[in-house]
Each structure stands twice: as structure tokens, then as C-alpha cells.
Design a protein around this ligand. Structure first.
Ligand SMILES: O=P(O)(O)OC[C@H]1O[C@H](O)[C@H](O)[C@@H](O)[C@@H]1O
Length: 307
């Protein structure tokens, strides 16, 4: 049974800090105000669509043309991808018909807890138990949890437990759309020396040679075996991204090349974001023993640019 706005406001609202709303039919969201930032979190997908530290412009890009409707992926913010990344492959490496990037991003999560820290941060916990859809896709015995800590920094963690008797294989990712002034001016630090699969070039394996990555065309790269922290150098600020329990970093921008095929992006959206994603996929997919738990988390903070 899904949680109603009235129940949520009764059990989980925190005066002046956490309130529940349904501005779009069927799409319940939390408005979060902390001493240092504001945020918006949808129950569908445990999807953060806004995080804005006080005095800053939004850190996350949300497409003005995004669907905000039940069962439709949201274009922007931080889609949570689970239990596979990209299209789903069977044991013979053939793509099978299943929702792109897994079912978690289009499933309504259950709100478990809201909490205001004495330091002013807001904590939110949501869970995603197995349901009819996950079972029909072969995922029956698992428990998945998302924890958010929202304040001057953003911290988010996904925890997956295998409740079955067999090993559980899965992929996961935070597909974060970082807002930038102009993609062509951005420098991305933290990928040097990593091996990546170039999705634009037949999945050929290449090595990142430059220490600062520049976006000069459409980009879709899966960097494996890297837990390095990353920094986005934007025009007026730096966005620092640390990650734990994540061995894959994916970078993506559709440029003018892929944008026409993505109706939920505006014509110029691609100039205003880069996706830098904390992931475990491909070479780094997770195999969990029965009863075992795996966690992946990321922490994002801003600094002003010093030149
Ligand atoms: O359009 P979506 O399903 O949200 O996927 C958007 C993109 O996500 C990831 O970054 C993948 O590496 C891309 O291949 C994909 O195009």
C-alpha cells in the first residue's frame, strides 16, 4: 500500500524542515529545508531533483521538459539505478527487454525515517522491498535502502542485502546530473590513468591520458576499477565528489548528437549539465553472498573557485 500525503505528514513531517506535497498527480515529494540548503526528493525512485546550498545556484540539473509522472523516469537530478545499469543483458550477452537502468528509478520507495540532526542536517531513509514487478524480473529476495544526509554537503548511500539462498548479482548507480554554466568550459579532474569502455565506440577499452577531461563532443564512458574522488571545475565554483564502495565512474553528455532522440531534454539542455556517476557496473558488478550486504555512497560539496 502506498503511503498517503496525510499519513506521511502525520508521521514524518518535521516542522520548518520536511513537508510532503503532491504537485504532480501521483508524484509524492518531500520539500526539505536545512540550515544550509534546500532539497526536493520524490518517493518515486528515491529521486533527488534539487539540492541547493544557501547562496548557491542549484547543484543538480533538472530538465524543464522532464516527465514528472508515475512510471516515467525523471530526466535530471539523481536517478538511482538498480539492479542493472543501462540495458539488461542475459547470460549470453544479449540485451533483453527490461526497463533501461533497472526498475528502482521508476518504483515508488517506502519512506522509513526522517530526522533532524542537532547540527541542522536532515536525514531521510527510504526502502525498496521486492514487489510484483521486481519478482517478474527475477529479483525476489533482497532489501534495498537509500539514506540521504542533506545539509551544507549532500551525502547519499545505497545499501543492498541479499536475503536469498543463492548469490545475487547486480549493478547500481547514482546517475547524477550536475548543473554547469557551460559544458564546453568545464574541466573534470579525477579520471587520469583509468581504463574506460567507450560506449560511443563499440565499447572499445581505452585509457584516460589527460589529467583534466574536457567535454568537446557527446560522451558516454564507463571508467572501471576507479574509486578516485572527482572535481568538476565550473566557471565560478568547484563541485567535489567523493565516493565509497563504488569502483565505476560513468560520464555522460548527449551533446547535439543524442539530444534530438531524447524528447524529455530541451534543445539546449546538454550545455547545462554533465553526468558524473558513482556506479558499480560491468567489470565491477557486485556478487553478494546469501545474507551479505553491500553499500555504495557519495558525498558532494562545493567550493568557490580560486584562480
Ligand atoms: O536515457 P537514460 O535511460 O536515462 O540513459 C541515459 C544514459 O545513461 C548512462 O549514462 C548510460 O551510460 C548512457 O548510455 C545512457 O544513454
Amino acid at each position: 500500500m502506498s503511503q498517503t500525503i496525510a499519513e506521511l505528514n502525520e508521521h514524518f513531517a518535521i516542522r520548518d524542515h520536511v513537508t510532503f506535497h503532491e504537485d504532480e498527480p501521483g508524484m509524492v515529494k518531500l520539500r526539505i529545508a536545512t540550515s544550509a540548503s534546500e532539497a526536493t526528493l520524490y518517493l518515486q525512485g528515491a529521486h533527488l531533483t534539487q539540492w541547493t546550498p544557501t547562496g548557491q545556484s542549484p547543484v543538480l540539473y533538472l530538465s524543464p521538459k522532464s516527465a514528472l509522472a508515475p512510471g516515467k523516469p525523471i530526466r535530471g537530478g539523481i536517478p538511482v539505478l538498480f539492479p542493472w545499469f543501462g540495458p539488461r543483458w542475459n547470460a549470453d550477452a544479449v540485451a533483453v527487454t527490461s526497463p533501461m537502468h533497472g526498475f528502482a528509478r521508476v518504483t515508488v520507495w517506502t519512506l522509513e525515517r526522517t530526522h533532524l540532526d542537532p547540527n541542522g542536517d536532515v536525514h531521510i531513509t527510504l526502502s525498496l522491498p521486492p514487489d510484483e514487478t521486481s519478482r517478474s524480473l527475477g529479483y525476489d529476495h533482497f532489501a534495498t535502502k537509500m539514506d540521504f544526509r542533506i545539509g551544507a554537503e549532500l551525502h547519499m548511500a545505497i545499501t543492498v542485502t541479499n536475503r536469498g539462498a543463492e548469490p545475487m548479482v547486480f549493478e547500481e548507480g547514482f546517475h547524477t546530473y550536475f548543473a554547469v554554466d557551460d559544458v564546453k568550459e568545464v574541466l573534470l579532474d579525477g579520471l587520469r590513468g583509468s581504463t574506460y569502455l567507450d560506449k560511443r565506440d563499440d565499447m572499445i577499452r581505452k585509457v584516460q591520458r589527460e589529467s583534466l577531461f574536457r567535454f568537446t563532443r557527446d560522451v558516454d564512458q564507463v571508467h572501471v576499477k576507479t574509486a578516485e574522488a572527482l572535481t568538476i571545475h565550473d566557471t565560478n565554483r568547484q563541485i567535489h565528489i567523493a565516493k565509497e564502495g563504488s569502483q565505476t565512474t560513468v560520464i555522460w553528455n548527449p551533446w547535439t548528437v543524442l539530444t534530438p532522440g531524447l524528447p524529455d531534454l530541451a534543445e539546449d539542455s546538454w550545455t547545462h549539465f554533465i553526468c558524473v556517476e558513482a556506479v558499480n557496473a560491468m567489470d565491477d558488478r557486485i556478487t553478494l553472498a546469501p545474507g551479505a550486504t553491500h553499500g555504495m555512497s557519495t558525498t558532494v560539496r562545493l567550493t568557490d573557485k580560486k584562480r
